[in-house]
Design a binder for this molecule. Structure first.
Ligand SMILES: C[S@@+](CC[C@H](N)C(=O)[O-])C[C@H]1O[C@@H](n2cnc3c(N)ncnc32)[C@H](O)[C@@H]1O
Length: 251
């Protein structure tokens, strides 16, 4: 049985809590002075982060496990009201609820990726462009301003980013249409260019979907993450950041 990274992180978190509680007991029994609780929380975070590193969990899990005990401590010190905490929890659920299933959290691709894709398109082309995992909508809305003759659709699985992208699109009078849903349920055959900024975990399955559905000559553009074992048609680096964008032309 293969455990998901979220479950492994949870188990590591529980283990480090147990270890720091044990350490606290031992110290209070054998040391003449009481050590501050912050000391044990730092140990707890460090143990969890090092364990996550040792078993090669993604870097963001290492940071989450390192900071989590201190964040809880800080929240308790600030004496935040339960309704405030519940509100924060709800925001996180609406933003990141799907990460447990998809292993793809929200983070924006930025101007560099948009510039690279904009360069690939001629001013007189009428391409159909699909952004899979459109997040807050910034990429497609920006690209639509540069190439207004193309048609755009963004699909996003998490409700809060989708809702924000919808409002942004209406607010900015953009032609981009955003849909709430899973891109795995969308037929890529209708699109000339598919833009993805997902995660290494999603790439093999995504490429299979592209090969099965996209027309010959159409293109998958993946920002930052390549398809393991597949040579890209091109790899472009932005001047704005050091990230590479990979192009896969469908044969
Ligand atoms: C790294 S963010 C990229 C956001 C945006 N494309 C950009 O470039 O700024 C990835 C987004 O993909 C969404 N996502 C992950 N898996 C998905 C799926 N199967 N269907 C639709 N959206 C998905 C996540 O919720 C997240 O908002």
């Amino acid at each position: 049985m293969r455990l998901s990274p979220a479950l492994i992180a949870l188990l590591i978190g529980c283990f480090s809590v147990a270890l720091s509680l044990l350490l606290e007991q031992i110290c209070s029994k054998y040391l003449p002075t009481t050590l501050p609780e912050l000391f044990f929380l730092i140990i707890q975070g460090l143990v969890a982060a090092l364990l996550a590193r040792a078993i090669k969990l993604a870097i963001w899990w290492q940071w989450i496990l390192l900071i989590f005990p201190l964040a809880i401590w800080l929240a308790l010190k600030l004496d935040l009201t339960p309704s405030f905490l519940f509100g924060g929890f709800l925001v996180f659920v609406l933003m990141y609820w799907s990460v447990f299933l998809t292993q793809v959290p929200y983070y924006p691709s930025g101007q560099g990726a948009c510039d690279i894709v904009a360069e690939l398109i001629n001013d007189d082309q009428h391409l159909k462009i699909l952004e899979i995992g459109s997040g807050l909508g910034g990429f497609s809305i920006q690209l639509a301003k540069i190439h207004p003759k193309c048609t755009y659709m963004g699909v996003e699985i998490a409700p809060l980013p989708f809702f924000i992208s919808l409002i942004r699109s209406k607010w900015q009078d953009s032609t981009v249409s955003f849909k709430l849903g899973n891109y795995e349920k969308i037929n890529f055959a209708d699109f000339d260019l598919v833009f993805a900024y997902l995660s290494p975990a999603a790439m093999p399955k995504l490429f299979e979907q592209c090969k099965a559905q996209m027309k010959p000559g159409s293109i998958l553009v993946s920002h930052e993450f390549d398809v393991p074992g597949v040579k890209p048609s091109d790899a472009l680096q932005s001047d704005l950041d050091s990230k590479v964008t990979y192009l896969y032309r469908i044969a």
